[in-house]
Design a protein around this ligand. Structure first.
Ligand SMILES: C[S@@+](CC[C@H](N)C(=O)[O-])C[C@H]1O[C@@H](n2cnc3c(N)ncnc32)[C@H](O)[C@@H]1O
Length: 243
């Protein structure tokens, strides 16, 4: 196992101001999944998405933007940490992947070691793919520094909007009003559906509050079992304008 020497926090640049008190890059790890995990958890058909404008919000070091773009999908990814130098993002990857691996070992202690290691390796490979593409993608506006609840796009700029492991993922404290503002903003920039996954922290009380608050703004939240889900925690939320 690699031994990591953690730099003091002062060596990492302060995160860009997101205008969104929580979740912040401090409370959410800069951690990402592979293309296969993305397509499964968001129930995506990459062939159907060819030439579609797709926005990934809170994309982290995901290789989804890299790989889907190579398959002809027009993906733009946003994250509050985009704009940091590549070396800084590589440091976040190194530290946050180590932290998440420790937590994962605790959480998935029943799973076979080989499966856990394969998943971890898959995600690290995905992160390296993102890092290799980051500077060129940033120059071509495929990666933009932005944070919910404010997205720098025109109304209806995207056919499909994705938001994974940002809104309902612990340890981010769930402030219902900020969640409503974030959902409204995601729907604003989409012409079609917004896919939000997983719904881990969406308790029945919060779901009830969100459903009512969004309905008052002309938005419906539909919850579906996730296609890639091994457990009920891996579920998918669809946000749409009420017709
Ligand atoms: C756990 S990662 C999720 C990465 C990817 N979406 C996935 O599902 O694999 C969470 C990401 O959300 C970003 N983030 C934190 N606050 C945010 C905000 N207010 N708006 C958008 N993204 C945010 C973090 O910087 C981090 O990269």
């Amino acid at each position: 196992m690699t031994t990591l020497t953690l730099p003091p926090p002062s060596l990492l640049p302060p995160p860009l101001s997101s205008g969104f008190a929580e979740p912040t890059p401090c409370s959410l790890p800069f951690y990402g999944r592979s293309l296969a995990e993305y397509t499964a958890s968001f129930d995506l058909d990459l062939t159907a998405l060819r030439h579609q404008a797709v926005l990934d919000v809170g994309a982290g070091p995901s290789s989804f933007a890299v790989e889907a773009n190579r398959r002809g999908v027009d993906v733009v990814a946003v994250d509050p940490l985009y704009g940091c130098p590549m070396t800084t993002l590589a440091t976040y990857v190194q530290l946050d992947y180590a932290r998440v691996a420790v937590e994962g070992t605790r959480r998935l202690s029943g799973a076979p070691l080989a499966r856990r290691e394969a998943l971890e390796q898959d995600r690290r490979t995905a992160a390296q793919r993102f890092l290799a593409d980051y500077e060129s993608g940033f120059l071509h506006n495929r990666y933009l520094g932005a944070a919910l609840p404010h997205l720098p796009f025109l109304d209806g700029a995207f056919d499909v909007v994705l938001c994974g492991h940002v809104l309902f993922s612990p340890p981010a404290p769930l402030d219902p009003e900020r969640l409503v503002a974030a959902c409204v903003e995601l729907v604003r920039v989409s012409t079609g559906s917004v896919r939000v996954a997983p719904l881990t922290g969406l308790t029945p009380a919060l779901a009830d509050h969100l459903t009512r608050a969004l309905a008052a703004r002309g938005i419906v939240l539909e919850c579906r079992p996730g296609q890639g889900g091994r457990t009920a925690r891996c579920s998918l939320g669809l946000l749409r304008r009420l017709r």
